[in-house]
Structure formats: C-alpha cells, structure tokens
Design a protein around this ligand. Structure first.
Ligand code: MN
Length: 323
C-alpha cells in the first residue's frame, strides 16, 4: 500500500488544476475503464473539466458502468492541463490518445503494473495492488473524497474484472476489504459479476463451443490447446472480442499445466494466448516468439499457418517443461 502522505500530496496537487484528459489502454479491460470512469466521476463532481479517451470501443459487457457512454475514442483537444494514464505506465499503451496526454502540462500515472519507467510528474503506482481501482480507492480514502454509488460501482467493476471475480492469484485481503467497503457504499456485486462475466452474446457462446469441440492435448496431457480459424469467426459473425475469455475456459480442464488458444487473426497471422498454473512460466515461452506478459498469462503473435503455429508453440512449451 502507498504511503498516506504520498496519496494526500498526489491528490492535493491534482486539485490545483481544472482540465484533465484520462487515457485508458488499448484493448480495454474492466480495470482501465472503471478506474478512469471513477476518477472522472469524482473530478467532475468537483467541477473539473474531464475527458476520458479509449481508442478502442468499450466492450459491451462494460457498458453497464455508470458514465460508460461518455468515453470518447479520440479528441482533437490539446489544451488539457493534466494528462493521466490509468492502468498503464507508458503512452505507447494508449494508442492515439498519447498526443493529447503528451500535450498536457502535467503528466500523471495511476497504475498497478510493475514499473518499467518513471512516467509522470505525479505518480500513484503500486504493484502490490490487485487492480488500479485499489490504488484509486486508497487515493480517495486518504483524502476523504466522497465515493457515491456510481463511483463505488465503477471501482467494484474494475476490481471484479481484474481479479476474475476474486479468483486470480492477485486476489488478496486488500481486494476483499475494499470490495466490502464498496459494497457498503452501494456497489452490487451480483449485478456487476453478471454484467461482466455472464452477458456473452450467443455468437461468443457458439464460438466457445467450437473451441471446446476441437481441444487437443499432448501425449502426456501436460498442455491443452485449441484453435479458432477465420472461417469460424466469419461463419458465426463473431469478432475477435468474442474470443477473449476462451483461453480461461480451456485452462479449466483438470490436468494440463498450460492452456493455449490460437486465433487466426488473418491468413498467416496467429495470435496466441497462454495460461499456466502450478508456477509454470509462460512469459518465457511467449518471449521466444517476440511476445510476453506475466508468468501465468502471456501472449504472442506468430506468422505461420494455424497448424504450424500450434506445432511450434506446443513444442516450445514441452521443451521448457522438460528442461
Ligand atoms: Mn489492471
């Protein structure tokens, strides 16, 4: 947890300014969206001029969050006093929103990823936090900022999303304590959970069906994987966003240590998502193919046919396992 004095200083410095641009990262998740919305909501209530930018369209399952419809995909304005990165630590993660951020007089970073750099004149970064929403909650609490039902819902959605509904390895006592407080402030865990995780379009469910139908495992059942072709997407009228949670479903099979989803994003280009359990490091495997991520979740892109990509990556995983 960040030191109270630093949280107080950071917030007091922010309040000196009047106009803010907040940038969510590309391929947005619930944490970047809910966290940015909560900061925007609170600042607007204080009479500030706030714009939230997310280059990619907000996924349907996050549209229930209060103020989600106010998020813009871009802005031509270059007159913001403050530019804020929310849930990322480098402007290259926010696409075209970087220009508005870089033109701002003051740069701010609120994040929970392990820092690679030192972006921002004002920083609230805590790698020990389950979500950026935790850092923001603590920022509000340290400064006696009123968290209304809207802000509580935005923060709770962010926390639920980043912890996979309090199931992932990043779930800790702070996450539960803050969730309890947000619930007391009016966030409804059941509605939030259902909106995020149980609001799949039928085409996404059918796509998951295809992926589960074509599951494969190596002879020793250490790795499990499946592939989705362009044809699968076209036939079901699905988009890439419909593939997002499939790898977690593959990883729900008992036995294998590593689950992989191969997605043909266009002919000859395969995007690969890897998940592991039992401490096996898939980041190392993703790096071999120019990608990366975390120990338990990583990704990369391979230029090959779907079949070739499956062979190469599974072989690499098995090689690491045997070494
Ligand atoms: Mn996050």
């Amino acid at each position: 947890m960040m030191n109270q004095e630093n949280l107080k200083q950071a917030w007091q410095r922010l309040l000196e300014y009047g106009s803010f641009v907040l940038a969510c990262h590309v391929r947005p998740d619930g944490d970047t969206l809910g966290s940015a919305l909560a900061v925007a909501h609170v600042l607007r209530k204080l009479g500030k001029d706030v714009v939230v930018i997310c280059e990619d369209i907000v996924p349907d399952n996050y549209m229930f969050m209060p103020d989600a419809e106010t998020i813009l995909t871009s802005t031509d304005r270059r007159d913001f006093e403050v530019g804020m990165l929310v849930d990322s630590e480098a402007t290259k993660r926010v696409g075209s929103a970087a220009a508005a951020l870089e033109s701002a007089a003051v740069n701010v970073c609120i994040d929970h990823h392990v820092p690679n750099g030192e972006y921002g004149d004002i920083r609230a970064v805590d790698p020990g936090a389950s979500a950026t929403a935790v850092v923001i909650y603590e920022l509000f609490e340290a400064n006696n900022v009123e968290i209304d039902q809207e802000a509580a819902t935005q923060l709770m959605a962010a926390l639920v999303a980043d912890t996979g509904g309090f199931r992932f390895g990043n779930t800790n006592t702070r996450a539960f304590e803050i969730a309890a407080k947000l619930t007391a402030l009016g966030a409804d865990p059941s509605t939030i959970y259902r909106s995020i995780f149980e609001s799949k379009p039928i085409k996404a469910a059918l796509l998951l069906g295809r992926a589960l139908n074509s599951l494969e495992m190596d002879d020793h059942e250490r790795v499990i994987w499946s592939g989705i072709t362009q044809r699968d997407l076209t036939e079901l009228g699905s988009t890439d966003a419909d593939t997002d949670s499939i790898v977690n479903q593959i990883g729900a099979v008992k036995g294998p240590q590593v689950a992989i989803l191969f997605r043909e994003t266009r002919p000859g280009s395969i995007r690969i998502s890897l998940r592991s359990r039992g401490g096996y490091d898939v980041d190392r495997v993703a790096r071999v193919f120019g990608g990366g991520g975390h120990k338990a979740a990583a990704g990369c892109t391979v230029h090959a046919s779907l079949e070739e990509a499956e062979k190469m990556v599974v072989a690499e995983v098995l090689k690491w396992m045997e070494s």
